[in-house]
Design a protein around this ligand. Structure first.
Ligand code: HAM
Length: 470
């Protein structure tokens, strides 16, 4: 039998990579009491002609960024599960009417921002712009009202909005969201605000919750009328969008970022004056619980949110530090939505936190992810025999729980030690021809440069002792 060697040729790469060494923050340098390795970021210089590009407002998450993502995902999962939330995953693609009926026809999201298209079967579908409506659909579809209430769910995943890209605003972003169904007790509103606040505390960011109440279907119409009357009297100062919205969705005027409109907000009537007794009582209880739980908050009587489904509590999280005033997260109560989508009357509340914004905030405050992905041991090998043995040893050490790195393609010890240094490994295990013959390994302390010969049968136990896990 004749084996043909398969030759794979790779065309000239169109990406020229530059390695840029960034300064390392003092906090990172002091970790482990030794100089932190320089962070090497790959900065591609891309020849654009004829090369497909990532879509506007979307981005690749490269390996250098993964430590941030790992930390925020772990923080979110640990926290949600500790507070009794169970994970739910819904499809990224949903029927368009789901969002039109829940988010609202007059909202920016439905009017301008949805990625909607007709699929091959003729159905009108949409890449989910937010997570609440799909979770409500799922709650109804799966008869979750028959489970013990409240049903507490959380999710992590991408959302899509065709917005004008800018700092902290992407066309694909990721959210950590929670939704609680089946109870209108204000303690739940406070609990989810606590959770959002604790999530940020878990990644080293201090946040403040801005809270308001939008009332219910009984008291909101009164407020609407007052708002319409106020804005009608100022019509000439409004932007074109707001002029159009006055009678259809006047609450949205409070959220307009145009200079003329936002100046008018200060004098606009406040909903707190129109709340009925039950809604006022609900809000007061929420604030009392926030006091008890020591969640920093501001009562913000003009706060509104971009979706029509909210009733009573609405809130947004803003960073305590830094220049940015874009919301780190937001949510509220939506007691009418389950029924509106065809389910039984079911009070509910939840929030969504933008994970890209969480990472931007960490970076702007120079917070290093605390997840330790520095290897304890780098495994270096010299020569073919040693390489074969090194594969076996690598797996033994990995199974024993030692954080490892290695490079099986590099031949010279110098280049492997350089990599070990760059990764910040505490020890390098060297396996050369002589060690293979002697049945030993050489363990090099990367800080002192001291080397020690160890019987390869004792490699796992000796290394575990050295790294303090023996
Ligand atoms: P939202 O305020 O539209 O609420 O989004 C939640 C968070 O996602 C925002 O506060 C922000 O941090 C982030 N975010 C939104 N749009 C973008 C974007 N284009 N680029 C980057 N980050 C963004 C909701 O989506 C509701 N479903 C939250 C909720 C859950 N309410 C009740 N339950």
């Amino acid at each position: 039998m004749v084996f043909k060697k398969k030759i794979v040729t790779v065309g000239k790469s169109s990406i020229v990579r530059k390695q840029v060494e960034k300064k390392v923050s003092p906090r990172a340098a002091s970790r482990n009491n030794r100089p932190a390795p320089p962070v090497v970021e790959e900065k591609p210089v891309i020849r654009t002609k004829g090369v497909p590009q990532v879509l506007r407002g979307m981005k690749d998450v490269l390996p250098a960024e993964q430590k941030f993502w790992r930390q925020i995902r772990h923080t979110a999962e640990d926290l949600a599960e500790a507070y009794g939330f169970e994970r739910i995953e819904t499809p990224i693609l949903e029927s368009t009417p789901l969002f039109v009926r829940s988010v609202g026809v007059q909202t920016d999201v439905v009017e301008k921002e949805m990625f909607s298209f007709i699929d091959r079967g003729g159905d009108n579908v949409t890449l989910r712009p937010e997570g609440t409506a799909p979770v409500v659909r799922s709650y109804i579809n799966h008869g979750m009202f028959s489970l013990p209430q409240p049903v507490k769910l959380y999710y992590l995943g991408p959302m899509f909005r065709y917005e004008r890209p800018q700092q902290g605003r992407f066309r694909q972003h990721n959210q950590f969201g929670v939704e609680v169904f089946g109870d209108e007790n204000p303690v739940l509103d406070a609990e989810i605000m606590l959770l959002a606040h604790l999530f940020y505390r878990g990644i080293g960011v201090s946040s403040v919750v801005h809270v308001n109440s939008l009332g219910c279907s009984d008291c909101r119409p009164r407020y609407r009328e007052e708002l319409v009357a106020y804005y009608r009297s100022k019509r000439s100062q409004l932007c074109e969008d707001c002029k159009r919205r006055i009678s259809k969705n006047p609450l949205r005027l409070l959220d307009c970022k145009e200079d003329g409109c936002s100046a008018l907000k200060e004098e606009a009537p406040q909903i707190l004056d129109s709340l009925d007794e039950a809604c006022k009582e609900h809000l007061m209880k929420v604030l009392e619980y926030l006091d008890d739980l020591q969640v920093p908050y501001v009562l913000d009587p003009h706060l509104v949110r971009g979706f029509d489904y909210y009733t009573r509590t609405v809130f947004e999280l803003l960073p305590e530090e830094g220049e940015t005033k874009t919301a780190l997260g937001g949510g509220g109560r939506y007691d009418g939505l389950v029924e509106q989508l065809g389910g039984r009357p079911t009070p509910a509340c939840g929030f969504g936190i933008g994970l890209e914004r969480a990472i931007l905030q960490m970076k702007s405050q120079e917070i290093e992810p605390s997840q330790n992905d520095t290897p304890d041991v780098f495994l270096a090998q010299l020569g073919d025999n040693a390489r074969r043995k090194a594969f076996v040893l690598f797996e033994e050490l990995r199974v024993a729980g030692i954080r490892l790195a290695g490079n099986f393609t590099k031949g010279s010890l110098k280049s492997q030690l350089e990599i070990a240094n760059r990764l910040g490994a505490r020890y390098t295990v060297i396996l050369g021809q002589q060690e293979v013959i002697d049945g030993t390994i050489l363990v090099r302390d990367m800080e002192s440069g001291m080397q020690e010969i160890v019987d390869s049968k004792k490699a796992v136990s000796e290394l575990k002792k050295k790294i303090g896990r023996g």
